[in-house]
Design a protein around this ligand. Structure first.
Ligand code: AMP
Length: 409
């Protein structure tokens, strides 16, 4: 593989896999463009070198071939805007970056437009997943895509855990020196490696969110490395019930009670301190206008449910975070989408930010904790916010990500 920042793209047509899987509203307005803005530096570097860029991405999960709802054509205008924020007035001699669109990612039109692309120009291809071959990792499809460019750049960390045609299989059609990670992918990989393999101790992993079953593998892998594991959010109640607690109507996976006990036992054996919330903000219904009380998290009355960590738990968690040198955070501490149950998550976010200001390295990864740091305006106060939810999770589960392996092999 080559190093992206050292590569001179002058005269090259770079085929760049991006993750433009952005949320759209009913009128096809982009409601959160983080994934697009995250990859703009990669695109701009190629253009600035005098190369051209062919962008490929998926959008949503189209099941029945081409569908207007999932068309990447809805993104063209916004992409044009993002690429041209710094030269808003072409009439003054600063020509705007032109963005073309091909309404099929393979075929004659895509091939023709790609071949006619001039240095400084961008072509966005239609949704890769309009072809079922993409998700099947079909070789012939990958080969067709590969013909559109002469170098392959993977900047889609969010799909690096999938062995799809455009994320992994395609790499083999490029010589090792003509394939590389883009700037975003590289930053994601470096931050993840720093946490998992170069973590300064104490290393605290904060794991929250709804389901234990989603997080078992990540916790087990982190038990090999972490000093402290904080378990919050809905998943904590399965652990609390397994330990004999009364959790009322809180979220619980009854088929994971033994798993929860096993995890706590393994932590003990490995000298990892595991921390469950001592108290909880409980509610009489799952609603923004519920009645609430603070109770010990293992003594929740029937019919009530824990929807946030309580003030005691928050204090203890904050203290642990405060003394940590490496922090990994995945999953909120409560139903932070509702104001009454956001305090625990907000406070943890603030502690992670404060610890970062004191020199800790902090990585926030996984959809909902990212949404939380964004909600509390703390994204720029942590060391790294990962854009790749599922991929980051699988990385921390200890898996080899096909999108990374394909570039490196
Ligand atoms: P995950 O995708 O597994 O990280 O879960 C995130 C979701 O878990 C968020 O939408 C939260 O609202 C939800 N959540 C967090 N804590 C709780 C809780 N105590 N009870 C129910 N849902 C929760």
């Amino acid at each position: 593989m080559s190093k992206f920042s050292d590569f001179n793209f002058s005269g090259h047509k770079a085929l760049v896999r991006v993750d433009f899987n952005v949320p759209l509203d009913a009128d096809f307005n982009i409601t959160d463009d983080t994934r697009m803005t995250a990859t703009i530096p990669t695109i701009k570097k190629i253009l600035a070198d005098g190369g051209s860029v062919i962008l490929m991405s998926h959008l949503g999960r189209p099941k029945e071939g081409p569908t207007d709802k999932y068309s990447l054509k809805h993104l063209v205008k916004h992409l044009f805007g993002l690429l041209n924020v710094e030269n808003p007035n072409p009439a003054l001699g600063d020509p705007a970056t032109r963005v073309f669109f091909a309404d099929n990612c393979i075929g004659d039109q895509a091939a023709m437009t790609a071949s006619m692309l001039r240095p400084g120009e961008v072509l966005l291809l239609e949704n890769l997943r309009f072809h079922p071959e993409e998700e099947k990792g079909d070789e012939a499809f990958a080969e067709k895509l590969s013909r559109l460019g002469d170098v392959y750049v993977n900047d889609a960390f969010g799909t690096a855990h999938r062995a799809h045609a455009s994320t992994a299989v395609i790499a083999k059609f490029f010589k090792p020196e003509n394939r590389m990670f883009g700037l975003l992918m590289n930053a994601e990989v470096l931050s993840a490696e720093k946490v998992l393999h170069g973590s300064e101790k104490p290393f605290c992993a904060i794991i929250g969110g709804a389901k234990v079953s989603d997080k078992i593998l990540i916790i087990e892998n982190l038990l090999q490395r972490a000093t402290d594991i904080i378990i919050g959010g809905g998943m904590a109640y399965t652990f609390l019930k397994a330990r004999g607690g009364k959790i009322g109507a809180s979220l619980c996976e009854d088929d994971r009670l033994q798993t929860a006990l096993d995890i706590l036992e393994k932590a003990k054996q490995k000298n990892v301190s595991s921390h469950l919330p001592e108290d909880a903000v409980i509610a009489d219904k799952f609603a923004a206008d519920a009645n609430t009380e603070v109770r010990p998290s293992d003594a929740i009355p029937d019919g009530w449910m824990g929807l946030d960590i309580g003030p005691k738990a928050t204090g203890i968690f904050n203290e642990i975070i405060g003394k940590s040198k490496t922090i990994l955070w995945n999953g909120p501490m409560g139903v932070f989408e509702m104001e009454k149950f956001q305090n625990g998550t907000k406070s943890v976010a603030e502690s992670v930010a404060a610890s970062t200001a004191n020199g800790a390295f902090s990585l926030v990864g996984g959809g909902d904790s990212v949404a939380a740091v964004n909600k509390f305006n703390l994204a720029d106060k942590v060391s790294y916010v990962s854009t790749g939810g599922g991929a980051m999770l699988e990385y921390f589960e200890g898996k080899v990500l096909p999108g990374i392996a394909a570039i490196k092999d």
